[in-house]
Design a protein. Structure first.
Length: 142
């Protein structure tokens, strides 16, 4: 027996700055109408499951000006999802290419990216872990 989820998210295509698709966008036809139709279909499906939108998030370079939308049944919306979409929650990135986001009580944010290159990341862990831990301590004591 399949269980119906109480929440679902619909994410539209966002062309990331460094992606091959973004670089070739002049040469590639992306069907905006199909993206809009899929978002509409997902919305109808969610409403058929008695889900309502509880967050909307718009990314830069998103296909056709669409949005990412979270749907939930009336009592199951996720504060975690809202915090993440609104960038109001501190996130500690531990892996290569991850981005730590330190959110202060005044809403300001500092981002710190880990290197994507495994060798560079490994060296940074050896040399910089103590500094990173100190930055985290200062952030939480502020």
């Amino acid at each position: 027996m399949w269980n119906t989820p109480s929440r679902r998210s619909v994410h539209s295509l966002a062309l990331k700055r460094a992606s091959g698709l973004k670089k070739a966008v002049g040469e590639v036809h992306i069907a905006h109408e199909q993206g809009e139709a899929m978002v509409h279909l997902a919305s109808e499906y969610a409403r058929g499951l008695e889900m309502i939108p509880y967050y909307v998030y718009r990314q830069r370079h998103i296909l056709g000006g669409l949005e990412n939308i979270g749907y939930a049944t009336p009592t199951t919306s996720s504060i975690y999802n809202v915090q993440m979409m609104e960038e109001r929650q501190t996130i500690i990135a531990l892996g290569g290419g991850g981005i730590t986001k330190l959110v202060s009580s005044d809403g300001s944010m500092v981002r710190e990216a880990n290197p994507k290159c495994p060798a560079t990341y490994s060296q940074q862990i050896k040399d910089g872990l103590g500094k990173k831990m100190e930055r985290l301590r200062r952030h939480w004591l502020a």
